[in-house]
Ligand binder design. Structure first.
Ligand SMILES: [Zn+2]
Length: 328
């Protein structure tokens, strides 16, 4: 027998021993469930590239929020699909916009659920960009400050309709500070801000655009979303949003940017969220359909990795299933 001082395998001998030394444990409270509510439908519509994910009607959204709560989840992230789109994203900040209506209904039936709203303009813009655009010949620009004005109106109208937190996902400069100031001025000093602080221009958003009906009709989003090659810049973006008053900062997507998540959490010590995005979801679902991976094991491993890497909050389309799996 070898004379080894350390035999790390001693602690891996049984499930009980492994549980005893497990460093990272998932709970249902770690997860936020994204929900899509559409004004254009009367009953749920499946999203082809995201098996098990649906657009919901205004009637169904409340039951879905209640169901999530019954499963042990405590937070939802709402995205709206309006009946009409235009070039000023009017539906985003309309008092009777789809998200505003959904919020009022949800908060009435489930007052304790943490209702977070996506604040962006792309779902409401006829061209699908996240901001106000100007076209000069062959070039188009997404105008920063004009966009921020509309984002502020949107965030404020969400707060008025009952949002607990607003989550700006547009990546315009200065929007967190502008939103914080407007919320405070209107008496919403307790409405929190989750900023999509480091949101990268990513190939993994494809299925979401089908879900939210928001693909850009021309150009791409690289003039506002970040270059996947830049980590230092991501940390500067996170620092800016914290300075401007973000309560929680978010990194998006998740697994390809796990280093950014780790560094942001380590450097700033702020509550940090990560968005496990539609393309990441769709990849695993496709592999599961082909029988290449076991869904439950793969998803639990991914979520544990994200939490281990510093995520306090994980936005995931598997939130419901995770709540059930963890309970067992
Ligand atoms: Zn957007």
């Amino acid at each position: 027998m070898r004379k080894l001082v350390h035999r790390p395998r001693r602690l891996r001998r049984s499930p009980a021993l492994r549980n005893l030394v497990r460093e990272t444990n998932l709970t249902a409270h770690d997860f936020v469930l994204p929900l899509f509510v559409s004004e254009k439908i009367d009953k749920r519509r499946p999203i082809a590239s995201m098996p098990g994910v649906f657009q919901l009607s205004l009637n169904e959204i409340v039951d879905e929020a209640k169901h999530a709560q019954d499963l042990g989840l405590q937070a939802i992230l709402l995205f709206g699909i309006p009946e009409e789109k235009d070039e000023q994203a009017t539906g985003a900040y309309a008092e009777n916009g789809v998200v505003q209506k959904a919020l009022r209904a949800i908060k009435k039936k489930c007052p304790d659920v943490v209702a977070i709203t996506d604040v962006c303009l792309c779902e409401y813009m006829s061209h699908g960009h996240c901001g106000v655009t100007r076209i000069d010949g062959d070039h188009f620009h997404v105008l920063n400050d004009e966009t921020v004005d509309l984002l502020v109106k949107t965030a404020l109208s969400h707060a008025q309709a009952g949002a607990d937190m607003v989550a700006p996902s547009d990546m315009m400069d200065g929007r967190i500070g502008a939103i914080r100031e407007a919320l405070d001025a209107d008496g919403f000093d307790q409405t929190g801000i989750i900023s999509y602080a480091a949101k990268f221009a990513s190939a993994f958003y494809g299925p979401f655009r089908e879900a939210a009906e928001s693909p850009p009709q021309f150009g791409d989003r690289r003039s506002y979303q970040m270059d996947c090659a830049n980590a230092e810049e991501a940390l500067r973006e996170v620092a800016l949003d914290i300075d401007e008053g973000a309560d929680i900062v978010m990194v998006k997507p998740a697994l390809p940017y796990i280093d950014i998540l780790w560094r942001a959490r380590e450097r700033f010590g702020k509550p940090t969220a990560v968005y496990h995005v539609s393309g990441e979801f769709a990849m695993i679902k496709a592999a599961v359909e082909k029988g290449f991976v076991d869904e439950r094991a793969a998803v639990l491993e991914i979520m544990t990795s994200l939490k281990r890497a510093g995520a306090d909050i994980i936005v995931t389309y598997w939130a419901r299933e995770l709540a059930a799996w963890i309970k067992m």
